[in-house]
Structure formats: C-alpha cells, structure tokens
Design a protein around this ligand. Sequence first.
Ligand code: ADP
Length: 427
Amino acid sequence: MRTERKLRLQRFAWYVLVLLLFPLLAVAGWYTYDLFLSELPSLWVVVGASVIISLFVIRILSGQLAAKIPSVYDEEIAKLLRAQERFALLYERSPVPYVTLDRAGKVVMCNLAAIRLFETTINSLDGQDFSQYLLLEDKAALQRLWRDLKNGQTFTDREVQVRAVSGAVRWVLISAFQSQEAKQQLVSLVDITHRKEVDTAKSEFVALATHQLRTPVAAIRWNLELLQRQLPPDLPDTANKYFDKIQRNTLRMIALINDFLNVSKLEMGTFATDLQPIELAKFCDSIIDEFTQAIEQKQLTVTPSYQPVDLTLVSDERLLHIIISNLVSNAVKYIEPNGSIDLRYQLAGNEVLIEVADTGIGIPAAELSELFSKFFRATNAQVQQAEGTGLGLYVVQQSVEKLGGTISVASVENQGTTFSIRLPYKR
Ligand code: ADP
C-alpha cells in the first residue's frame, strides 16, 4: 500500500516537471532566437523543436516509470504469495485441527489434524454439514453453539464433544474466528479428551470417597442425638462446650460431604434430571422453613413474594432445591442480626425469574468475577464466618445451567446482595 502511494506521488511529480519543462524550453528557445538566430530559422521552428524535445523527455520518463512499476508490484505480489504460502503451510501442518465453515455451517476446507480427529480421508469432510459432528448432553447449549457458529460470531474455548466418522466421541475446546471478507469461519478444535478423562477419574474418586464417608458420619450424628437425649441436665459447662463443638463439626462435615457429592455428580454428568411439575410457592415456603432456627436466632425478616402464587414449574426438584436452598442459606449466613431477606419469583415471558435478595455484608466489587469459581470465599465472608466450603455457588451455577437457565448477581459491600435466576418456563 505504501509503495503504491509512493509511486503515484512520483508519477505526479514527473508530470509536473515535464509540464514545467515545456514552457521553460519554449522561453529558452525564444531568447536564443531573439539574441542570435533571428535571421535564420523562424520562431515556429524553435517552438516546434522544444515541443519535440518535451515529448521526447516525456517518452523517456514514462518508459522508465513503466519499467519501474511492474518490478515494484511484482515484489509486493511475491511478498503476498509468500505470506499466503506460510499461512497455508501453518494451517495444513498445524497439530491443532482447523475447519473452515461457510455461513450455512458447511465445511469449506480442513487441515490434516482435523482429518485425523474425525478419522476420515482427505476431501470427505468438504461440503458436509458440520453440525452432524457436534454432540453435547445439554441440548440447549449445543443449539446456542451452533447458532453462534452460523451467525459468524467469534468465541473461544467452549467445551463440546465431536463424533468421528468411526463413531468415536472426543471432547474438544472449540473456538471460532470470523473472516469478514470471505464470509467464512475459521474453527479450531483442541482435543481435551485426556484432561476430561483425568477430571472424570478425579470426580469418581471424590464421589466414591464421600459416599463411603457419608454412612459413618450419619452414624456419628445419629448417636450424638441419642446421647443428647440421655445426658444429665446438670452437665458441667466444659462438657456442654465440647458437646456443642462435636455437634457443630459433625453438621459441618455432613454439609461438606453433600457439597463434594453434588460437585462430583454434576461434573461427571451423572446427575440425571427428572422433570416434574412443581408448585413453586409451596416449594419456596418449605425451603424457608428449613432455615427457621437460624432465622429466629438472628431475628431476620423473611418476605416471600410470589407472582402468580399458583405457578407450576416443570423442573428437576433436586436441582431446584440445591439452587434455592443454597442461596437462602447464604443470605441467612452472610447477614447481620435484624436484617431482611426477600425470596420472590415472577413470570417474565418464557422464563421464571427467581430472586433471593438480602441486606447482608455484600461482596467486594473486585471479587465479584470469581464468585462462581470452585472454593471461592470472599475476604469479608472469611472474616465474618469461618465456616464455608466455597462450593455452594459453584454447585448452584452448574445446576442452573443443567436446567437451561442463567444466574446473575448484583451486590454492594455492606449493603446487600441479590441473586437472580432465570429458568425456562413452558405454559
Ligand atoms: P460458602 O458459603 O460455603 O463459603 P458459597 O459457594 O455458597 O460457599 O459462597 C461463596 C462465597 O460467596 C461465600 O464465601 C461468600 O463470600 C460469598 N457469598 C455468597 N452468597 C453471599 C451473600 N448472600 N452475601 C454475601 N456474600 C455471599
């Protein structure tokens, strides 16, 4: 581009020069004629000679220019070809599978790594509808991914499964980059099957270990309750203190085991959803009841607000319970005495919007982005409440996604927090 501009400028300068040359020559001719040659040839002969000389100069200069342009353009074209060759080589030989799609989602071309990933032969992917190779248990997420691919959106590192021609299924991280001019999408597929297998093995181990722990811990709790009934009322203070500690830590262990079990089940994908009609108002009330003791202890005001009261939502009861009870439990936990909590839902188009709002300690703005990560606990929460696993919100987010919904949060430190969940609703 820069060379082209330089050439144009050069050409312009030459023309100006030549145009100036012509009157200069004419004037020079005139003077020569006037001084020495007025007797000999006529004025017209001198003017004619200067025109011929100018034309001659133009001819030579434009010849030089013409000779120069192709050589510069050749250089530029060669450079472009070299860059294209390098890109083609990179695309072709890259260990990362690449597929180029057109706007209809059909494969335009692919590289050798993609051919290996799909266990197919050269050219047999070309022209194929790419959606037939994509798999995901979460159908809504798969639909979203396919829509984004066809709309030419740029995105990175979404997890999806691909099915090879042999039927083998592999996990990949899919990224798409839009190519505006050619109306094509460059799609990269990074194989993460091995990482997924390691993750699954880890989750299976956690599930097995926590499952085995569940029975003895339940036995400890049960025996503690039996013991409590038989204890003499005049127990010394220190004994009561130790007894309380054992009881509190047993409950903590049970909560931890339940969190670990939920995480491993959700991560392994073994949390089979069972969709049933749920009377939402009754369901929410029963969850508030579960926290009566803590609510009374802190003298909290809990305000339910349901619209409409007789709403029946088709959903998975266990997942919905995990979601709402975790949010209410956090609201009760991260609030000062005499605070207030709202549990509300309303219909919003094809969705149910469920919100849990509290006037609690809030979450520091700088830490909000990490809120749904595994084991995250905000700094202010750690000071206020020693107990907590940092797994609750991770489980909540996973459960919401499993139900095809979304979760968001708004929070101001020392003022309060509102969690909003949108779940699909069919009339
Ligand atoms: P846990 O409560 O066991 O620590 P969670 O995953 O449920 O784990 O919550 C993660 C962190 O998010 C909490 O430790 C706390 O810092 C913050 N948090 C969650 N809910 C609230 C809330 N309602 N008010 C203030 N902070 C909250």
